[in-house]
Design a protein around this ligand. Sequence first.
Ligand code: HEC
Length: 114
Amino acid sequence: MKTNRLIVLMMLAGLAVASEPAKQAVPAHRGKQIFDQWCGICHAASPRMPGTASLAAKYGGSLPAALEERTDMPPAFIEHFVRKGVLIMPAFRKTEITDADLELLVDYLKAKDQ
Ligand code: HEC
């Protein structure tokens, strides 16, 4: 009986070790995945998206309507809207988008500045 338990424990330990690299392999475009999961439904590059349509009306073409095409947004600006929301845009809780994920999201939206 004890031997069986030991074998099971060793197998579990093996599994834990085997799955470790997969957990660490965060894709470079994790920010894009977060954007697609939480923001794309309103901010994807299509005039039919409510966020994109709203920003097209707000800026009247002086800035791109699609967030992924913007290069002018400081991190604090993005963070403010994500945490507070605006109009029909909900405020996102830390249980939905963690601070670490928000940082990746900001990095993704800022990456196009360079
Ligand atoms: C339910 C639809 C919806 C979702 C989901 C949504 N937004 Fe929005 N977002 C809007 C609308 C509508 C506005 C307001 C546009 C306006 O002021 O006319 C907006 C505004 C913004 C602004 C301000 C832009 C500006 O120049 O005024 C930012 C930044 C922003 N959203 C980022 C995000 C991010 C990042 C996500 C994902 C975490 C997200 N939004 C998810 C609908 C949405």
